[in-house]
Design a protein around this ligand. Sequence first.
Ligand code: IVH
Length: 663
Amino acid sequence: MNDLKKRVEELTKILNEANYNYYVLDNPTITDQEYDKYLRELINIETEHPELADPSSPTNRVGGEVIDKFNKIVHEKPMLSLANVFNEEEIKDFDAKIKKEGYTPEYVCEYKIDGLSVALIYEGGKLIRGVTRGDGVTGEDITHNVKTIKSIPLTLPRPIDIEVRGEIFMNKSTLEKLNKEREEKGLPLLQNVRNAAAGSIRQLDSKITAKRELDNFIYYLPEPEKYGIKTHLEALEFMSSLGFKVNPANRLVKDIDGILNFITEITEKRNSLPYEIDGVVIKVNDIDMQEKLGYTAKYPKWATAYKFPATEVLTKLTDIIFTVGRTGRVTPNAVLDPVIVMGSTIRRATLHNEEYVLSKNLMIGDIVSIRKAGDVIPEVVEAKFERRTGDEVPFKMIDKCPMCHSELIKLPDQADYYCKNPECPKRNIESIIHYVSRDALNIEGLGDEIVEELYNLGFVKNIVDLYSIKDKKKAIMEFDGYGEKSLNKIIDNIENSKNSSLERLLYGLGIKEIGTKTAKLLASYFGSMDMLMQATQEELESIRDIGSITAKSVVEYFKTHQDLIAELKSLGVNMIYKGRIAGTNELVTDKRFVITGTITGLGRKEIKEKLENYNAKVSESVSKNTDIVIVGTNPGSKYQDALNLGITIWDEAKTLEVLNNLQ
Ligand code: IVH
């Protein structure tokens, strides 16, 4: 038995090394036949002696594990997206904004790989979990499928705990090969590499994923400080040394010229790459600088994505129709003869408002050029006046709501027209759609069309009605298309969503000016709906990042919606913030801290947590922006840095005095 165990270890090592050499280094060391032979031997041993099969055995590469549903996983640190820039000027703006904060950054330029992002979590050097980005906060467990991706290590050379993030993608040649096979079998073709990769990773049966030959690049280390890493480039090198596939094209550049050169070079090479890229990602190299620049709710402020120029095509503007949003805003939309741009069919494009249409002098019947860049919303660029025949019809803004026919209202200093009718069906439908959307109560199964239908059928006239769908099940099922199973799922999801944290509800209510970030801020600041509802305009305005317009909107909303909130509460909808409660303390809140040396009785992690609970920032190195340096026994060079820069120093006694007063 011991010998067998040893053989398993030997085979695991051989196969892992062969995989690494072939798929990461692109430098095969054994033949395919040899590989298959070793793999078969290992599969045989594991089949006969299942107790010897390790969860991170290379036999997982061929797939086999089948799951019945995707479990939800909350990311340790949110998985953010990137802001976009489209030209040299916008790249310069990005750089200028950072310089304005007092920094002179170096950047790392990377290819923007067209796939989907993944978080890989290792414990003791073993891959234990792979998670999709999902909504950035919660993703789906795709471990069984991730294990089939041969360029993702199952075991690291050292038994460390680590999370890394990167992009899973499909090479262009793989898509071609798969589509050829699918064509022969009469199956629908996979649209493009991104959809193909996303579809392949969302399979319950990992055997299917294994056949899709997915690949990956790793490009982000969420917790560099754990490994003493100070720059993004070091993080990339560190991850590469652990056996991850890191793109060799990544490059450190000193300034804007370096960025522009990188972009020019890759624009020429782009088509000859084996994988699709849709731009270049530009990241500040210094990690301390990154932390100080910080984040918005969706993006890091220290990185941006340059998107390659869009493709433009011509088509006919056949009509301009009007839609009504949740706030009552009426938007003109272009109806286009369908055209394919960058792999997707475009039929509609927003025309924003009356002014926008008039400024472009668009007429119905015009030939217009349409632009689309990557995953960005398509836009109408201009009308081709030289193609006019004289039959075009001038655009005219409407003055009545297209849905409820009430008079539209336009404020003198605003571009938009609004339907102010609180009974307007379209407004109500949009409000319900917003309430159930991903960043709000995230009620899966209630797509836009279902909401609209339930509204039109009279079952759900407002958000409160959602909670009585369960009592109307029989009646709803009498209509076509509603199976009991799917309806039960929706009902379950509605019931479960009652436990959501307060910020989701706040955002879902659709209060003017309250986006996801402000909702989170208010929820964490006040802790409960009751406390928030009692807040005065002055109190709200005193909160950092809340301006007078937002404060006013919040106060006004609660003045007129007390009944709604009471009703939701009586239905059991949670009104409490479930995340950390941020208190305030004038010595701590909004200050930037650095910790060096040890403080008796308090771990560094605890200190950091306590400070962060009070909205302080804790960074790794001292700079002129640091407010306070906590100096314990055996301090490092940061102590000297603090003295040199004349920064306030707290010794152990002072630190304990302040921290003991925090919760
Ligand atoms: S960095 C906080 N680097 O682009 C760091 N993202 O449009 C966030 N992507 O969600 C990501 N190549 O899926 C980064 N070299 C690269 C990337 C990259 C592709 C994707 C990623 C992200 C999306 C944002």
